[in-house]
Design a protein around this ligand. Structure first.
Ligand code: ADP
Ligand code: ADP
Ligand code: MG
Length: 472
């Protein structure tokens, strides 16, 4: 059994992993750069090591991180999400140095990280896949030819993409010509690889993804689906489990398909198979994420299964604790990504000092945050500073609880997406369970809310500043 884990990440997900370790009697080791000296994960872990002055580079240096894991006598490493979590080289270095990588094999990470290879594997497995490229596009001429065949609108996508970047919709040949070089340059800049491919654009789809878990003995189960259709610019904002838009028959069908997909590639540990559901209720495979997902909390909430603890057990070589027929779900869970952004100003990032923070509580409320009163949100990282997850037995109940908990939550000092989510929860289309990935774009009026913030007293602001300065 694993006894000590290095967490190769920061922010709320590093805190989440520390919590799992602590409940399992496992020691946790945090890493941090200078910008994160006062970050919550550093305070919560059993040990913490500085990995350099640059805010980001340290978190991306696989060799250094594994060296540190060895030096700190860790026997495993958890990559979280983002950063190196989908980098097969980290998993390889871990294997070489005798550190258990908490995730799938490097081969599977590599195969699924390349969306063309992933599409091929799924087509071979008999999984329905969005029509599109069989290999990377080599020229604009080839792109035009394929688009004429699969018909507009089409999507140009970075083959090694992630995080919603490097994706553009093209409604005509003119737009295709205009976007081609852009996507190639975005892909090169964001992912270090210029390869792009084409998919048919599924118009106004629902984003439905299935959580899967596989152990080292070849057992694979699913933990039902999540509906992540509430997105802005291909990035998720609100996630729901189970999808309020699926019938039980659709749920059973897509769960089986996801397990089939995971078994085909020999999947081990936690992973997510993402699908698009079109207006005619056809599912299409889109991609597989070979890591813990931001929105795993909603699945934990409806199933009662601690996904991070299960990941650690699997990496220790233990069999899955659950058979498919043992896994059930109850009610609905909804997660809100509390981003330090100003919805009224085109979601411009809003970093700086959190002068007051209060985590909401009460029945059916969970908060995963990386902040505290006095914490300064640094500008170098993702703008997500907390996740709020609510649960209720019914759909109507979870919508009401979401509003109540968002209203309960206090974040002063920076602007967040919190008030915007309350507007979404009031919208009849959302409440009526009829929404797709175009929802945010087609409802710009939802950012027209007014917020009345009580003025922070000078004393509160000064005490917060002192607290942050002394690293409380
Ligand atoms: P999830 O799929 O878990 O919802 P997101 O797509 O929101 O996750 O990504 C979670 C984090 O990981 C974000 O900070 C995102 O920018 C980052 N990320 C995801 N994929 C990649 C990638 N291929 N390269 C770099 N960063 C990524
Ligand atoms: P990433 O790796 O960045 O998460 P995905 O392939 O998962 O990229 O796509 C992210 C989002 O972009 C999807 O959730 C969906 O909203 C949109 N999208 C991607 N491909 C298509 C497509 N072929 N048709 C319509 N929307 C798409
Ligand atoms: Mg995706």
């Amino acid at each position: 059994m694993i006894k000590k884990i290095l967490i190769a990440n920061r922010g709320e997900i590093a805190v989440r992993i520390v919590r799992a370790c602590s409940e399992m009697g496992i020691k946790s080791v945090a890493i941090y750069t200078d910008a994160d000296r006062y970050a919550l994960h550093v305070k919560k872990a059993d040990e913490a090591y500085n990995i350099g002055s640059d805010p980001v580079i340290g978190y991306l240096n696989a060799h250094n991180i594994v060296n540190l894991a060895v030096a700190a006598k860790c026997d495993a490493l958890h990559p979280g999400y983002g950063f190196l979590s989908e980098n097969p080289v980290l998993a390889e270095i871990c294997a070489k140095r005798g550190i258990k990588f908490i995730g799938p094999s490097p081969q599977v990470i590599r195969q699924m990280g390349d969306k063309i290879q992933a599409r091929k594997a799924m087509i071979d497995a008999g999984v329905p896949v969005v029509p599109g490229s069989e290999h990377n596009l080599e020229s604009i001429a080839e792109a035009k030819e394929l688009a004429a065949k699969i018909r507009y609108p089409v999507m140009l996508k970075a083959t090694n993409g992630g995080g919603g970047r490097g994706i553009r919709r093209c409604n005509s040949e003119d737009e295709l010509i205009k976007n081609y070089d852009r996507v190639v340059s975005e892909a090169t800049k964001a992912f270090g690889k210029p390869e792009v491919f084409m998919e048919k654009c599924v118009v106004n789809p629902r984003h439905i993804e299935v959580q899967v878990m596989g152990d080292s003995l070849g057992n694979v189960i699913h933990l039902f689906e999540r509906d992540c259709s509430i997105q802005r610019r291909n990035q998720k904002l609100i996630e729901i489990a189970p999808s309020p838009q699926l019938s039980r028959a659709q749920r059973d069908y897509i769960g089986k398909i996801a397990v089939q997909a995971a078994k085909t590639v020999g999947y081990e540990n936690a992973g997510t198979v993402e699908f698009l559901l079109d207006q005619d209720n056809q599912f299409y495979f889109m991609e597989m994420n070979t890591r813990l997902q931001v929105e795993h909390t909603v699945t934990e909430t409806i199933t009662g299964i601690d996904i991070v603890q299960e990941q650690i057990r699997i990496a220790s070589g233990l069999p899955l604790q659950y058979k498919q027929e043992d896994v059930n779900y109850r009610g609905f869970a909804m997660e809100f990504r509390i981003n330090a952004e100003d919805p009224k100003n085109d979601f411009l990032p809003s970093f700086g000092r959190v002068t007051r923070y209060y985590a909401p509580g009460g029945p059916g409320v969970r908060t995963d945050a990386a902040m505290y009163t006095g914490y300064v949100i640094p500008p170098y990282y993702d703008s997500m500073c907390a996740k709020l997850t609510v649960w209720s037995l019914t759909w109507e109940g979870v919508v009401e609880r979401g509003k109540r908990a968002l209203n309960d939550m206090v974040v002063y000092g920076v602007k967040t997406t919190k008030p915007y989510y309350i507007e979404i929860l009031k919208h009849p289309g959302f409440v009526g369970r009829k929404f797709d990935t175009s929802f945010v774009e087609t409802h710009p009026e939802l950012t027209n809310y007014s917020v009345s913030r009580p003025k922070e007293s000078l004393a509160a602001a000064i005490s917060a500043a002192i607290a942050a300065h002394v690293g409380l």
